[in-house]
Design a binder for this molecule. Structure first.
Ligand SMILES: *Cc1c(COP(=O)(O)O)cnc(C)c1O
Length: 364
């Protein structure tokens, strides 16, 4: 089976982990500090605070910029559930804004429109889905005009950029995930990046029990720390992130060059000057053909995935909160048409050819 995701752990990554294990310093320590420095350097921010997951990174990022009970945070309904759940963790209310059908990302025009309905919104949380940056110039402009905080969920977009400026540098604060399927991994792990010193300091405290001195705690905090073991994997991964992304981009371009002539397949789109890092390679197929295509791929040993089969307002959790009365036509249409096929850096030329020939011979 050609898998949809497959992490690549190098000898260096393994050796780093052994070194941590032999040192006896397994929890958060100098490896984490080094990882934070190198990751913020990579992205281009002044500060980084490593965490136990992308979800915990989002939670403390929101708290650190001041999101609190009753606040409205505008965000996309077409994402992983953790994006919007992190808003609920703060007692705030996610309000969904529909997506652009071509990029699958939050639509700036619809953001403007929903600000008329929610003029008191405190923040917008953008999600750079599948490895493609949102239209940050437009979104940041709207945010400035309406005095909105900007939070970036970069869980799928390590290294993605607009005109060479990387995601994670546009907003007030940003969060990344290092889950094994992402563009780089630490096993489980995440990181918050920001240029604001106070925001970084708040995150540092929030992930460490609100600790102010060795035995004193002056605020409510959590245990969301990254371990040295995770950071040891992350340091080796970070060195190879650009290579991983180059391979993803080359795989995507091979797939698009061979699939874009097929009548029933719409290949991914990236605006000029946007560096898409293809966390997922996601095509659109007519909704009445998708299930058969998945079956056909499976019969030919090619894995695929619907990411995501339900927009968040249709998830039982959100439906129970009353969101099912709302309508986001573009997110709904995307959830019926998207199909992600393998693009990860472990694919061989043979794998790519198998994927292309399987899809090209789909009887429809
Ligand atoms: C993976 C992911 C998260 C959550 O990250 P975890 O490390 O799994 O907690 C959040 N948002 C998006 C868009 C993701 O893809």
């Amino acid at each position: 089976m050609i898998k949809i995701a497959s992490p690549l752990i190098s000898e260096k990554g393994k050796a780093n982990v052994i070194e941590v294990l032999e040192s006896g310093m397994l929890a958060s320590g100098s490896w984490v500090t080094e990882f934070e420095e190198k990751f913020s350097n990579y992205v281009g921010t002044d500060f980084a605070v490593a965490t136990s997951s992308g979800t915990t990174a989002l939670h403390v990022a929101l708290l650190a910029v001041g999101i609190k009970e009753g606040d409205i945070v505008l965000t996309t309904p077409f994402t992983f559930i953790a994006s919007a759940n992190s808003i609920l963790f703060c007692g705030a209310k996610p309000v969904f804004v529909d997506i652009e059908p071509k990029t699958f990302n939050l639509d700036p025009a619809k953001l403007e429109a929903s600000l008329e309905q929610y003029p008191k919104a405190k923040a917008v949380m953008v999600v750079h889905l599948y490895g493609l940056a949102c239209d940050m110039p437009a979104i940041c402009e709207i945010a400035r005009k309406h005095n909105l905080l900007v939070i970036e969920d970069c869980a799928q977009a390590h290294g993605a950029a607009i005109n060479r400026r990387k995601v994670g540098t546009f907003g007030d604060v940003a969060a990344f995930s290092f889950y094994p399927t992402k563009n780089m991994t630490t096993g489980e792990g995440g990181i918050v990046v920001t240029n604001q010193k106070e925001v970084a300091e708040r995150c540092k405290k929030l992930i460490n029990h609100g600790r102010s001195g060795r035995f004193t705690h002056d605020s409510l905090g959590y245990n969301y720390r990254m371990t040295n073991i995770a950071a040891a994997i992350g340091l080796a991964q970070l060195e190879r992130l650009d290579k991983f992304n180059e391979k993803r981009i080359a795989n995507a371009s091979y797939l698009s060059n061979h699939l874009n002539t097929l009548e029933y397949v719409t290949v991914p789109f990236a605006p000029p000057d946007f560096l898409h890092v293809f966390h997922q390679y996601t095509v659109k197929v007519p909704s009445d053909k998708r299930a058969e295509l998945i079956k056909w791929l499976e019969e030919h040993d090619v894995d695929s995935a619907i990411i995501y089969p339900y927009p968040l307002h249709k998830q039982p959790l959100y439906a129970n909160l009353g969101y099912d009365k709302e309508h986001y036509p573009m997110a709904e249409e995307a959830s019926e048409e998207v199909l992600s096929i393998p693009v990860h850096p472990r694919l061989t030329q043979q794998d790519l050819e198998t994927i292309v020939s399987t899809i090209s011979t789909f009887p429809g």
